[in-house]
Design a protein around this ligand. Structure first.
Ligand code: ADP
Ligand code: MG
Length: 631
């Protein structure tokens, strides 16, 4: 038996992964994964759109080879990104990606009812989140509506916002977005006052090698020294690559197995090949030698791969992760204003790829430490998110979390340079303001472009959005004083505001996200999801009503035939009419469930039930009489 939470407003932690997603909950007994009805912890981040509806998770992944065109995987790679951002991924995404409003990446899949259907990555992710929400609700026995969701440390503002929007579409109140490595550190109870272990300030590394992304984070933890004190989790530096993961290992094995470029294969074959390559990879984690033996359309593939050969194939990826580790270490030194990187006391291993023996060896050698693997590398992020959720909802005391901003944020100035307002690795929440002015006499409006990145010129940075400040009174160039304020909230989401000081006038302005959904779109999707929820509920009711009415009609009908001669004429006519009415509802509902009003259907059933009371009495009396022993 799982314990039911005391609060009706349980907040869960969600690891919304590129490959796999999980949901966890933390109560007084500590964090635990909330599995599905079959006890499975991982929900593959795979969604299929069928004529009959949406299939999510294991079912979608396991039958992906049969539905290559309508199955969506790795959607996280497209979250909050433009079509151009996603370009390098396109060759490995076996569905078509098109440009939506504002150049956003959207997914286009064929539909049975003609014309392709286009979805935003947020909508697809929302299906995964909804499945997790339901799984959690079933496991806890209450309706879960609040969540902490994790994202890779390198996610920019648009990607974080997109994740929040996906939560909203799924009917979740996303109370915090947390970096995955930070959650992993929390799962180990480091400094959160959960472990009971006493230690001073320490610096740790979180090495996360997942299916689609690699992240390395250097955290400084200052644990609470006494009851009721606050522990500090501070991210000193983050580095990573959003295009480096277990998928790359799979692709190497795919090429090895095929002996040629997998791109030339039809979709279904590519999926099969990918599945077989991954299975081979798993076997190579366990043994020194592994075989593959499977059939593609019109072609049989057999191969024997040694671990040594496999390690050669993936060595460049592992090497790259270590280069990124070096980068993060020197960033951490800079943050601490020290000449050398701080000594690392722990390396926490996160992500399925860290099961690979080569990865463990390489990381151990690099940091000169035995990697930390006590908590399942698949589950550690979700468990930490649950710990964070419980801290935020006041169930776990004594921990405060400080994250850093991964990339600098600034405004484009005349000439195309970027004035950085908030620099990389500042802790959140962060606030900064700067004064700007006009460059032309009598200028009454200014356009401000917001950029993210480390380079000096706007052209080399990523443009997050732009806004216009209008209604400035005409003044000579350089006289208006425009104060621009950047505020990065604790979820890492950027809010920009501005006002002109001389005129005292605050013009309304809005940052139009370049690669996110507009507010209107999110509102619409949220409304639609409610509408769908209502529709689903109605359908459910009608289906139940059909089944129950049929039982009633049969039961009452049988007795009516047997005993109608005993009933009073009035009751007989009444009963007959009501049976016909309900029969008609059943007939209509079976043809088209949407054509009947579930309330009227329900009323018709109740009226028949009520009218049949007399028949039931007669029936009972008669059967009693029949069962009397004859003397
Ligand atoms: P993400 O965080 O990107 O969703 P995960 O942490 O779930 O990813 O890691 C998924 C990756 O880990 C996949 O590429 C998967 O093949 C790989 N993986 C899982 N288990 C193993 C294993 N035993 N050996 C090697 N790779 C594994
Ligand atoms: Mg992950």
């Amino acid at each position: 038996m799982t314990a039911t939470p005391t609060t009706a407003n349980a907040t869960v932690g969600i690891d919304l992964g590129t490959t796999n997603s999980l949901v966890a909950y933390c109560d007084a007994s500590g964090p635990r994964i909330l599995p599905d009805a079959l006890g499975r912890a991982l929900v593959p981040s795979v969604v299929r759109f069928d004529a009959e509806g949406v299939v999510v998770g294991h079912a979608a992944r396991d039958s992906a080879a049969d539905h290559p065109a309508t199955t969506i995987s790795s959607v996280k790679r497209l979250m909050g990104r433009s079509l151009r951002d996603a370009e390098s991924d396109l060759r490995y995404l076996p569905y078509s990606v098109v440009a939506g409003a504002g150049e956003t990446a959207r997914l286009s899949i064929p539909s049975l009812r003609g014309g392709p259907r286009v979805f935003s990555p947020q909508e697809v992710s929302a299906h995964i989140l909804r499945a997790l929400k339901e799984q959690a609700s079933d496991a806890l026995g209450i309706q879960v509506t609040r969540a902490v969701i994790t994202v890779p440390a390198y996610f920019d503002d648009a990607q974080r916002q997109a994740t929040k929007d996906a939560g909203r579409i799924a009917g979740l109140d996303v109370i915090r977005i947390v970096n995955e490595p930070t959650a992993a550190a929390l799962a180990y109870g480091l400094g959160a006052g959960l472990s009971g272990e006493k230690f001073g300030e320490r610096v740790i590394a979180v090495y996360d090698f997942g299916g689609g992304t690699f992240d390395i984070s250097i955290l400084r933890i200052t644990p609470a020294q006494a009851e009721g004190e606050t522990s500090f989790f501070e991210v000193l530096a983050t580095s990573g690559d959003t295009h480096l993961g277990g998928d790359d290992a799979d692709h190497e094995l795919m090429r090895r197995l095929l002996g040629s470029d997998p791109e030339a294969l039809p979709l279904a074959d590519r999926r099969t090949l990918k599945r077989e390559a991954e299975a081979l990879k798993f076997r190579l984690t366990e043994s020194e030698l592994a075989n593959a033996d499977f059939t593609l359309v019109g072609r049989h593939v057999t191969a024997e791969v040694s671990r040594a050969e496999y390690e050669d194939l993936i060595a460049p990826f592992v090497k790259r992760t270590l280069e990124l580790c070096s980068l993060a270490l020197s960033d951490a030194a800079r943050t601490l204003r020290r000449p050398n990187p701080p000594p690392i006391e722990r390396v926490i291993m996160v992500g399925g790829m860290t099961r690979t023996p080569l990865v463990r060896r390489a990381v151990g050698d690099f940091f000169q430490l035995d990697p930390y693997i006590a908590v399942d590398p698949d589950q550690v992020v979700a468990l930490g998110a649950a710990v964070q959720a419980s801290i935020l909802s006041g169930q776990t005391k004594g921990a405060l979390l400080l994250d850093v901003i991964p990339l600098s944020l600034g405004i484009e100035t005349v000439g195309g340079a970027v004035a950085k307002l908030i620099v990389r690795n500042s802790t959140v929440p962060a606030k900064a303001s700067e004064f700007f002015s006009t460059s032309v006499d009598g200028q009454t409006s200014i356009r401000l472009s917001v950029f993210q990145g480390e380079r000096e010129m706007a052209a080399d940075c990523r443009r997050l959005g732009e806004f216009h400040l209008r209604g400035i009174p005409p003044m000579p160039a350089g006289i208006p004083q425009l104060e621009v304020q950047f505020l990065v909230d604790s979820s890492g989401v950027l809010n920009v505001s501005a006002h002109e000081r001389r005129s005292g006038k605050r013009a309304a302005l809005q940052v139009i996200p370049n690669h996110g959904l507009t507010r209107e779109e999110v509102d619409r999707m949220e409304r639609e999801s409610y509408a769908h929820a209502r529709e689903d509920m109605n359908r459910h009711r009608v289906v139940d009503l059909i089944a129950n009415s049929k039982l009633d009609l049969k039961w009452i009908g049988d007795r009516f035939e047997r005993f109608k001669h005993i009933l009073e004429a009035e009751n007989r006519v009444d009963l007959q009419a009501r049976m016909e009415t309900l029969q008609e509802f059943v007939r209509r509902a079976e043809t088209d469930w949407d054509s009947v009003d579930p309330n009227e259907f329900h009323r018709a059933k109740e009226e028949l039930d009520r009218a049949s009371v007399r028949l039931q009495e007669v029936g009972i009396a008669m059967s009693l009489k029949e069962s009397q022993p004859k003397v």
